[in-house]
Design a binder for this molecule. Sequence first.
Ligand code: PGA
Length: 251
Amino acid sequence: MIRRKIAAANWKMNTNLQEGIDLYKKLCGLTLADDVDIVICAPATHLYALSQIAGPEQVVLGAQNMSNEESGAFTGEVSGRMLTSIGVTYVVIGHSERRAYFAESDELLGLKLKTAFSHNLVPIFCCGEALDIRKNGTHVSHVISQIKGSFKNLSPDEVEKIVIAYEPIWAIGTGETASPEQAQEMHSEIRKHLTEAYGSTISNVVPILYGGSVKPANAREIFSKPDVDGGLVGGASLNADSFSAIINSFN
Ligand code: PGA
C-alpha cells in the first residue's frame, strides 16, 4: 500500500519574517527528493509572504494552529478561511504545546478537525503521552483515547484524509528520541485502531508521522520502520541543511 511520505517542519514561535523567508528560500533551493511531501508549518505572520515565493511543487505550507470558529468576535484567532485564502493547505491540530499551555481538549480538537476539513485543509493531528504515562505503561491506551476523543464526529471520508503525528511529549525538544521500536509499536497500534474503527482501506492510507527530537542522525532508522511515514520536526527544521538531511533520510 502506497502512503505518502511526509517531512513536516514545525517552526513554532521562531524566526522573524526575514529569517523565515531566508530559511524557506534556502529550502526551496535545495535538491529535494520528489516523492516526499514537505510541509512547512511557519508562524501565521509569515505564511502569506512565503506563499509568494516560488518553490518546488512538493513544498507546501501549513499553519501551526487554527480556530474552530468560522469568523467573528474571536480576537487573536486565525480562521480556516483566512488560511486557505493565502494558499495554506495543511494545519497542525492538537500539538502537545497547545494542549498543555492553551488547555486544548480532545473535544475542542475534534471541532478544529471538523472546521479544517470544511475548508479542505489537511490536518496534522498530534497525539502523544507524557513521561509518567510512558513509565506506568499506559501510553498506548492514552494515545488511542486522544484519537477516539477527537475523531468521534469525523466521517470515514474525513479520516481517510488526515495525517497523524505521534509525538511523545518526553521526546519533544529534549534531545531524547523514542527508539525506532517504540515509534513503530505506537504507530502500529494507531493503525490497528484505525483498521478496527474505519477498515483497512482507510487505515492503510493514513500517514503516521513521528515527532520528538528527529535529527539527521536518527531520522533514517526511524523512517525505516514500516508504520512510520515521516516526521514532524521542530528544532532540526530551523536549519536548512539539517532539515534537508532529514528529508533525504527516507528509504
Ligand atoms: P522537536 O519538536 O523536533 O524540536 O523535538 C517536534 C515538535 O514539537 O513538533
